[in-house]
Design a binder for this molecule. Sequence first.
Ligand SMILES: Nc1nc2c(c(=O)[nH]1)N[C@H]1C(S)=C(S)[C@@H](COP(=O)(O)O)O[C@H]1N2
Ligand SMILES: [Mo]
Length: 409
Amino acid sequence: MNKNIPRRVIIKGLAGVGGALAAYSTSAQTAGMAATQSGAAAMQDPSKIPGGPPTAIGQRATEVGLHRETFADVASVTPLQDLHGTLTPADLHFERHHAGVPAISAQHHELLIHGMVDKSLKFSLQDLQRYPASTRLCFIECSGNLFTFGGERTSPQMLCGLTSQSEWTGVPLRSLLNEAGLQPKASWLLAEGGDAALMTRSITVAKALDDAMVVYAQNGEPLRPEQGYPIRLLLPGWEGNTNVKWLRRLELSDQPFMTREETAKYTDPLKNGTARQFSVVMDARSIITSPSYPARIEHGWHEIRGLAWSGRGRIVRVDVSTDGGKHWQVADLHGPVLPKAHTRFTLSWRWTGGGAELLSRAVDETGYVQPSLQQLVAVRGQASTPYHMNPIVGWLVQGDGQVLFKAEM
Ligand SMILES: Nc1nc2c(c(=O)[nH]1)N[C@H]1C(S)=C(S)[C@@H](COP(=O)(O)O)O[C@H]1N2
Ligand SMILES: [Mo]
């Protein structure tokens, strides 16, 4: 009971609400009858009919068809072409799991920190939530995020929908490592997930002490099971795979663990026959999300819109071309521009008919410029793996306004 409000007032207030509800249902019934009687006319004027009641869980407007496309049973992709701003709704965050989404109860889940530490520690979700919390926005991107098998009929979602952005809340990993006491030689740690894939990755202690977090919330709510409920490792700017979900163990060591994920997988063959290992930072990248396939546009003014991001820090510039790279214009960046975060860019453009070729090129604060496919191949060779492919991509506007993916990069 609120002590500051006299009881009399509360009762009166509640009675008032009850009265309003009663009035609502009566008029709704009456309006419902009116709607059936005068049909379409009433439907077209929502100001003549009281709307629906409040609900426990909100839903999208029924005519909004936002959804993830799924790749067999291994992944689902964010509909980049249908979203605005930079935050991905949690139920549209891309998913990538190597052995499905495990059913884990927070009641029975613990995080063990052991190895080269002064004392081994175990944390329940409740324990973690007692530590000073930290919140940040950042993207996660799978390092295998380029799919061109759809040819010219490829949408942003199908091309590179294995990236999403959330506001994450959790505990800085450094707080937990300080508590356990790092031994002087500890320079690597193994992060292990509690799913059937037993995902394991070697992480440098430098990254762990820099901006790594053990997160339990996403966009204000507890993590979704697909994103690692109850806890995941968040390594801002590092390839998706290292952001171990359903995190259950961190083992400190003086060397990397050479797990399957960093030997057989997630290495990048180079032109000279060797392979890059531990190439974990995601390079700068951008994509125009509108206009894009499958849109068909009309003559006149359009706003070219897209996303740019870099695992190395802030995006400082995005260049946009409407003539296939002959001329470039600097797009507007929508602030605040955060490090290691999806950044929205826009450029006004007037389409007067005829073919157009829309391209975007991101530049990050380290001076790195997003390369063309030819530039990437020159370094990585033709037989490069699908990992860490971030070439400039674009869209072809046909004479009839149909937008197609520029399959020949
Ligand atoms: N335990 C565990 N962690 C995991 C994976 C997994 O299969 N198991 N998949 C990884 C891969 S390859 C990626 S790209 C990201 C995807 O994160 P998301 O599903 O939340 O988008 O999680 C990583 N963490
Ligand atoms: Mo991934």
